[in-house]
Write a protein that binds this ligand. Sequence first.
Ligand code: F6R
Length: 609
Amino acid sequence: MCGIVGYTGPRSCVEILVDGLRRLEYRGYDSAGVAIQAGGDIAIRKSQGKIARLTDLIARKPVAGTCGIGHTRWATHGRPSDENAHPHRVGRVAVIHNGIVENHRTIKERMIAKGRTFCSETDTEVISHLLDEYVSAGLPLEEAVRKAVAELRGSYAFLAVTDREPGTLVGVRLNCPMVVGMGEGEFFLASDLTAFLSHTRDVLFLEDGEMAIATPAGVRITDFSGKRRERPNQRIDWSPAMAEKGGYRHFMLKEIHEQPRAILDTLAGRMLPESGEVFFETLPLTGEQLSRLKKVTLVACGTSWHAAIVGKFMIEGMARIPVEVDLGSEYRYRDPVVEEGTLCVAISQSGETADTLAGMREAKGKGATTVSICNVVASTIARESDGVIYTHAGPEIGVASTKAFTTQLVALYLMALHLAQARKVLTSGEISLHLIDLAELPRKIEEFLKREPEIAAVARKYKDARDFLYLGRGISYPIALEGALKLKEISYIHAEGYPAGEMKHGPIALIDERMPVLVLCAKGESYEKTFSNLEEARSRGGRLIAVGTEGDDLLREKSEDAIFLPPCGRYARPILEVVPLQLFAYHMAVLNGTDVDQPRNLAKSVTVE
Ligand code: F6R
């Protein structure tokens, strides 16, 4: 997500901040800016686009000072623009922020009613207004921050400065990272230690619910009630490249581990499990129009197409609307019939995939209403669709899609529930149960990720195999496709995903001891049938890796290796099931010595046919 860096000390800080922002570039961003305390005021320099534009601006309008904050923005609320770029200065304060303020609309309405005016479309600006209100009323910045966080809901890390307190920097952490760098008479606060590792390796990681108050004289850590927290610094010996990846060996692994956080962010502000309600303010159709929809067409490519197939199961199963799924590259040329009452949903991480965009344009041209599910804010697909549901996965750098996929599934799940709600197919009690299932997913994935060494051990056993068959039924079938794609693209090992029931119609001929078969066989609606397919493969001498549900002793007995997941509902299951397959592909690739983050011949964003 966004990159944050702050400095207070004896040195001129503009260069230090800009250098820190350059080191955070790998996170992806669309705008950059700094706020510097200077001559009893705060000077802001910010611009949409790359850091080079910011440095041009600073060269044209120089600024100097020894305390300041800098930010690279990855848009979540509001398109990339100069106005939406951080820092956000309001009156006496300037703020930079990473994360999502869930209740920003409520606070904004209250502030507008008090006569305040807003200059951006961001959720961040409400933090600046809240702080300015308190600081202007005479509170020290530290107190103002404490009062503000009591009102904010969501996940955030932010830094604030005021012209009233030269040399003071206040930072806050709640579910988004923030780390303090301890120099000699100088201190750094950043989202990521890469930003200051060239200045100091002594650090202190803030925990959720903590604040840091830094001046050149020292740093104080407190909780949100003001109670002092003390703990020793840590000495970091990571290389700069390791630091960029948060200590993980590859971006892909980091992104696999970010999934619990990414799912929480995608759910944030969109559901109320207690009352069984789902909210999408960005859909172009009214409840009445949604209830009259005749068909949903899902268009996507690659991993996003696999998400679309899962989406078909979700929308048909829960909202009872017929769904057609197509690849962008096929849909655009097959002269599709688009009837009145069709909603076309384009799914794309990058929002720039040429075939998906062309597919969506084709549907729109023929009269469909269009909605996109995108990760990159203000991307072409997001801009051209009538409505957009953003997945809040944050920048995905590894070429192989992981957290973008699971957040697409979450967005589709919410969308299916939203349609079911509008069409009155499910009761709020039933929707509530689904939302509880969704809300439990981040914790379940977090727990499962702790068992990564188990998956690495399975990968070591199969590392020399050159062909794999992945089987799954029903909603797990697209997960078999996705698992096989992950393996192919990063380890260059041939893998085929197949609907388990189709195995006997051909691929069964391939099975022998040289072709391991990975079977998705969790407890659920098609368990018995998939189990029979597993037995068929076993009796042909296939080496079986099963992914099942905890406590399934029979599955353990019948397969050579078994990976167990916690039980969960039917529609949440694919979101959980894909995680071991991502880890398996990752470890197979590492063991085979391939370039995990940039596999050969692949690009992150495919903007050509
Ligand atoms: C696979 C992968 C690709 C993309 C595909 C579509 O890991 O990343 O298959 O899913 O190129 O990209 P988006 O989602 O950006 O449209």
